[in-house]
Ligand binder design. Sequence first.
Ligand SMILES: Cc1cc2nc3c(=O)[nH]c(=O)nc-3n(C[C@H](O)[C@H](O)[C@H](O)COP(=O)(O)OP(=O)(O)OC[C@H]3O[C@@H](n4cnc5c(N)ncnc54)[C@H](O)[C@@H]3O)c2cc1C
Length: 327
Amino acid sequence: MQALNTFGLPAVAEYYTEIHAADQLKQLEQWLKHHPMPLLLLGGGSNLVLADRVPGLVARIMIRGWQLSDLPGDHVRLRVGAGENWHATVERSIRQGLYGLENLALIPGTVGAAPVQNIGAYGVELKDRISAVEVFDRHEHRQRDLTPEACRFGYRDSLFKSSEPERYVITAVEFCLARQFTAEVSYAGLRDGLGDGPVTSERVFDTVCRIRRTKLPDPLDIGNAGSFFKNPVVSVEKYEQLKHRFQNLVAYADTGGYKLAAGWLIDQCGLKGFALDRAGVFAQQALVLVNLGAAHREDIEHLSMHVQKVVQERFGVILEPEPRFYP
Ligand SMILES: Cc1cc2nc3c(=O)[nH]c(=O)nc-3n(C[C@H](O)[C@H](O)[C@H](O)COP(=O)(O)OP(=O)(O)OC[C@H]3O[C@@H](n4cnc5c(N)ncnc54)[C@H](O)[C@@H]3O)c2cc1C
């Protein structure tokens, strides 16, 4: 599976299959009933840290599909198969004059994995743009639609990640998009990048792609899983203590407290460019851990634990990894 995970970790699956249509999932469940074993659903492998040996069955979701229906007014419903590439979907929607996804350009992976951690970037989260998630329910053995409320989306979190991680296979995602473009440029970095001139969907898309290319390593060149740690949310009291000690602390008000910039915390500990075994903290962006060549899961895990320990000792804040370690 080395080519199927963006860290480029040399994982070998015990069993492997590919799902091209939602109705294959019933057969898959039948097979698992007779051969009980763990199941890992795989999209583009861009949010996974895999062990050398992956026990059980890996099922790569490759369901295609693009279905458009008009809504009253300026809006449309767009249902896209879970196996479609995320960035290609964003690009295609804009080309068809369907607006709303441009801030989420260039995020690697599949459409089906996007709700799992409620992907977000440049002021937009997936939850802001979807009307339903189509799933195969492994408990009820049937396909159905979940409303956005039922998905319990949070910051890099959802029902699919936290509360019921094994229950649903996402088969399609339904977006609610607009035929009239409304810019979302609350994120300062994006506003600065746009500069002067009319803000069009194409310009937002191009600017997001340009900024991302300068900030993040391309997994084809250097193995990585994007931002490795979530930005930790702390209480107002904790924030005030930290702000007193570290006057240039980077933080944003968030529900119930403050969200701290995890990259800033790591950078302040002098860890940018730090290497441990075959893994390193990316020299241009402290939030990204990279495969320095021939890394295994243990290398990523040891480095992740080291970063957590150093940040906790200095700031008393616990960093939580964003990718899933499997198994
Ligand atoms: C360079 C880089 C930049 C990134 N930038 C961002 C960013 O800006 N914002 C952001 O939020 N994330 C970012 N990511 C993380 C990652 O791209 C997203 O989390 C993406 O949605 C993962 O998609 P995937 O198809 O690769 O999922 P995978 O890594 O294959 O799977 C991730 C999880 O979803 C589950 N899963 C996959 N498909 C399904 C399905 N059909 N049904 C149910 N469960 C499923 C898997 O079992 C696993 O638990 C970045 C990653 C990289 C490498």
